[in-house]
Structure formats: C-alpha cells, structure tokens
Design a binder for this molecule. Sequence first.
Ligand SMILES: Nc1nc2c(ncn2[C@@H]2O[C@H](COP(=O)(O)OP(=O)(O)O[C@H]3O[C@H](CO)[C@@H](O)[C@H](O)[C@@H]3O)[C@@H](O)[C@H]2O)c(=O)[nH]1
Length: 240
Amino acid sequence: MGERALVIVPTYNESENVTRIVPLILAQDSRLDVLVVDDNSPDGTGQLADQLAAADPRVHVLHRAGKEGLGRAYLAGFKWALERDYAFIFEMDADFSHDPGHLPEFLAAIRDTDLVLGSRYRDGKVTVVNWPMTRLMLSYGANIYARAVTGLRLGDATGGFKCFRREVLMAIPLDQVRSNGYAFQIEMSFRAWKRGFRIAEIPIVFHDRTEGESKMSKRIVREAIWMVWRLRWWAITGNA
Ligand SMILES: Nc1nc2c(ncn2[C@@H]2O[C@H](COP(=O)(O)OP(=O)(O)O[C@H]3O[C@H](CO)[C@@H](O)[C@H](O)[C@@H]3O)[C@@H](O)[C@H]2O)c(=O)[nH]1
C-alpha cells in the first residue's frame, strides 16, 4: 500500500469556491489527490471540476444524478477511494471553512492514529471565526448532547474536516451508515470508536464561508437529535 491520500470534497453549488480550493489543496503535499463529488449542481460546479481534472491528473470528479445530501456524497467518495490505492482518505468542505493549510498537520497526525478529527473545540478553546452566536451555540450544544447520549468522548464530534486511515473505512459497513447531515459525522466517528480504532483530535480554525450558501436545514438538525439515540441503542445491542 502506498502513502497516497485522497481529499474528498463534496460540492453543491460551489462554483465560486471549487476552482480556488482545489489547487490550494494540491499545493499542500505532493501525496494528495482530490476527488470532487458533485450532485449535479445547477450552477455548473461539476463542469468546472471537470476542467480542473482535464488539466491535472491528481484531480478526479464523481458526478451524481442529484442532490442527496453530504453523507451520501461522502459514502460514494469513500467507495471510490477504496477501489483505489489510497492509504489516507480525507473529508473536507469546499467553502474554505476548512483551511487547506491544516492538511499537513493531519498527515503528520495520522501516522500515529487511525482517525484524525479537526476540532473547533479543543481543550476548552473555541476556534471558530465569523459564525453567528446562534450557530455557535447550536454546534457547541450539539456536541455536549452527543457526548452525553453516545459516550463518545470528543471535543468536536460534528466537525467535518477529518482524515481516515483506509482500514477504518474498510471495517465500517458503509452500506449500513444511516445519517446524512451533522449526524453523519457523529455516526462515522462512533462506528470507528466502537471498532476499537484510535481517534485523535487536532485543533483547527474554522472560518464561516464567505461565498455560496450553507445547506444546513431543520431536517439535518432533527436527524442529529434522534440519531444519537439510535447510536446509543446500537451500542447497547452490539449493532454499531
Ligand atoms: N455533493 C453534495 N455536497 C453537498 C451537499 N450538501 C452540502 N454539500 C457540500 O458539503 C460541504 C459543506 O456544506 P455546508 O452546507 O456548507 O455545510 P455546513 O452546514 O457548514 O456544515 C459543515 O459543518 C458541520 C459542522 O458544523 C459539519 O457537520 C458538516 O459536515 C460540514 O463540514 C460543502 O462543500 C457543500 O457544497 C449535497 O447534498 N451533495
């Protein structure tokens, strides 16, 4: 197994961001490839990604028929990665919330662990820039709630900047992963933890997007509220 890493970037209407973020990712480390997973964005993000891929063999694009949510896009990306020879597989937003400059820190940290999480809430410090107070409170509160219900001892269980060792994704039954929004992040880390994989958190600075729009919805919040109880049930019944 080589040491190549794949950064999966799900996109839906990210035309202002995709052409800027991809080159910045590639510039961080020569071992990194990028997979853009686009859900047929009406604003032409998928075609822009195709142009990037035509110009650079380290860029790949997975086109999906329609918008199915962030979790489904990542699961498709994980399967694509596992069919190829990537040792490390990243999740990363397209909208610059996740600074590509952190990628080398993840690559260093994954050497000694199985799953690295970029944490906005580490050691009691909040490293979030430009979020409205309501969003920050929702996110911080969601983490306290998720910890209390699932027992997953993480500072930032809902964060979406992560690096998986390939073996983690191979061990998780991807076809059984249920959730799609913030809960998707909790579910993936929970399933890794229940399988005995090591999880490390590294501090990241999270910037609110300046271009395009968040796809957060009430449905995504509702899913996170009930999903943690499902995870707890799975832990009790041994189905996690
Ligand atoms: N392909 C695809 N991509 C999507 C979809 N929905 C969102 N995305 C992409 O997923 C990334 C994050 O989407 P946002 O809508 O900006 O997410 P967010 O609400 O800010 O959530 C982020 O922070 C959460 C924690 O606060 C994380 O839980 C979440 O994973 C994400 O990182 C962006 O690149 C966006 O284009 C979808 O249905 N399909």
